[in-house]
Design a protein around this ligand. Structure first.
Ligand code: AHR
Length: 512
């Protein structure tokens, strides 16, 4: 007995579509546990090259078409001095954030070389904890100016005569939190960001510049009024299953109950930006369903407890379904969300687990690969109706969806999520109210249960499969699944030539 129709996706073909930024498929690597050392960088490993880069990690991450990578933190950066990580004769330094000694053998030049090998843009987050505006600007000078300035000449002396051309820069990380080294008050933060941004703009005005912010009016409105004229984006972070000092990940239903929270954070930030009158976008530049397990107590035991992040069984279809819902939220807000970075990329809670003999693609890896490779390049104006799902006492829509169109071919690809742990869901996909004729092949990630996961012993237990998911505008979504559906029907050509267009609720009439 087919499931009753429990979701309807209405695509408005004639309404303007929005080109989203592929930087929403961004990544984040921090000097924490085995993300850098023993993750992407493992000199001496038989799987690493002469630069110490794990080649199997690079090969796997290339499947994600990673657009950018944020580095070196995160909390780590708030007491990191970049000069410790460049040039010959590197000396180890004590990392006050994570209470370990960093060998400093992986620094700015190594990070940028690794990004170039991956084909991703480097994104550097600067030290606004113990650092100064001048230290931030000097780092930018080291990376981006042609020879003839003090720090650019230092880069050349270190073997890199040509500017690195680092496009993405951020001032600080979570300096609003008392857990952060060098945490600031709101007014102090607004002042420091303003002066730092001013100095960085005078060093290289071409960069895309962002800063740590909160979807909180009292913190971010003064920040934007003071520094907004220098900024391109403001950063927010989100971990919805907080595990900082307890490693007890929530179950599938508790996770589903949280699937609407990312979009609420985006909407709050959009409202604050509107109130500020500043033309800045949003970088959700640290996100993951689950926070990292890192007990804050001092001592060797709390360092060792970080290995609990490696528990393979905690990266299930809950993580995959939540991650797809998060990316859908970013895409629905493509006019404001211009970047997002899963935290982190490798090990800890990342989509790729790296061990001495190889790698494991966790469930979230496959979601990122499906979105980065199969979605079309523009988001369509789409209304979604969904039946409810009662999850851990909360009611959420059982289906989440976003529709995209290929700006060249006008072909439509729809990303659909079924959050139900046990029900198949019948969805109608309509274009201007009509069910389009034709087959609907799909790439489907479901696993054999809500708690399915990939591990070293069974690295492909959960993997995408190609299936005929439906036809003539109707598909049947298996439980706990993410499906990228390709409609055979294409949209009519977009209105040609210049004229007036109204992008809908998001704005007013535009000439173009
Ligand atoms: O748990 C990792 C930390 O989470 C990052 O270093 C920080 O930016 C965030 O609070």
């Amino acid at each position: 007995m087919p499931a009753a129709t429990a979701a309807r996706i209405d695509i408005a073909a004639a309404r303007p579509s929005v080109r989203y930024s592929r930087d929403v498929f961004g990544h984040f690597i921090e000097h924490f546990h085995r993300q850098v050392y023993g993750g992407i960088f493992e000199p001496g490993s038989p799987l690493a090259d002469e630069q110490g880069f794990r080649l199997d990690v690079l090969e796997a991450l290339r499947e994600l078409r990673v657009p950018n990578v944020r580095w070196p933190g995160g909390c780590f950066v708030s007491a990191y001095h970049w000069l410790d990580g460049v040039g010959p004769n590197r000396e180890p330094s004590y990392d006050k954030a994570w209470r370990v000694t960093d060998p400093n053998t992986f620094g700015t030049d190594e990070f940028i070389a690794w990004c170039r090998r991956l084909g991703a843009e480097p994104y550097i987050c600067t030290n606004a904890g113990t650092g100064t505006a001048e230290e931030m600007a000097d780092w930018l000078e080291y990376c981006n100016l042609p020879q003839g300035s003090r720090w650019a000449d230092r880069r050349a002396a270190n073997g890199h005569p040509d500017p690195h051309g680092v496009r993405f820069w951020s001032i600080g990380n979570e300096n609003y939190g008392d857990w952060e080294i060098g945490a600031k008050s709101g007014p102090d933060w607004a002042r420091l960001v303003t002066e730092s941004a001013k100095m960085m703009r005078r060093t290289d005005p071409s960069v895309t510049l962002m800063t740590a912010a909160l979807d909180d009016l009292d913190w971010t409105l003064p920040l934007l009024r003071s520094a907004g004229k220098y900024l391109d984006l403001v950063s927010i972070h989100g971990y919805w299953d907080r595990l900082d000092s307890v490693n007890e990940p929530s179950g599938y239903e508790e996770v589903m109950a949280r699937t609407l929270e990312p979009e609420r954070a985006i909407a709050r930030m959009e409202a604050i930006i509107r109130a500020s009158g500043q033309d800045v976008g949003i970088a959700f530049d640290e996100w993951n369903l689950r926070g990292w397990h890192h007990p804050w107590e001092p001592g060797a035991a709390s360092i060792a407890a970080r290995d609990l992040n490696d528990d393979e069984s905690t990266y299930t279809m809950a993580d995959a379904v939540f991650s797809a819902s998060f990316l859908n939220a970013c895409l629905r807000h493509a006019s404001s969300v211009r970047m997002a970075n899963i935290a982190p990329t490798v090990n800890t809670r990342g989509p790729l687990f790296v061990h001495p003999e190889g790698v494991v693609r966790r469930t979230t890896f496959h979601v990122l690969a499906m979105y980065a490779n199969l979605l079309a390049d523009e988001v369509l104006d789409t209304a979604v109706w969904s039946a409810p799902l009662l999850a851990a006492g909360n009611e959420v829509p059982v289906v989440d969806a976003v529709a995209t169109v290929d700006s060249a071919t006008r072909a439509v690809t729809v990303a659909l999520v079924n959050k139900s742990p046990e029900q198949s869901i019948r969805c109608e996909i309509r274009i201007d109210g009509l069910l389009p004729a034709g087959r609907i092949p799909a790439t489907l990630l479901a696993g054999d249960s809500p708690d399915a996961f990939n591990g070293v012993a069974a690295p492909d237990a959960v993997h995408p499969v190609e299936v005929p998911l439906g036809e003539d505008g109707t598909v049947e979504l298996p439980p706990h699944s993410v499906a990228l559906c390709r409609l055979e029907a294409s949209l009519p050509a977009a209105p040609a030539g210049t004229g007036w267009r109204h992008p809908g609720l998001a704005g007013g009439w535009q000439r173009g």
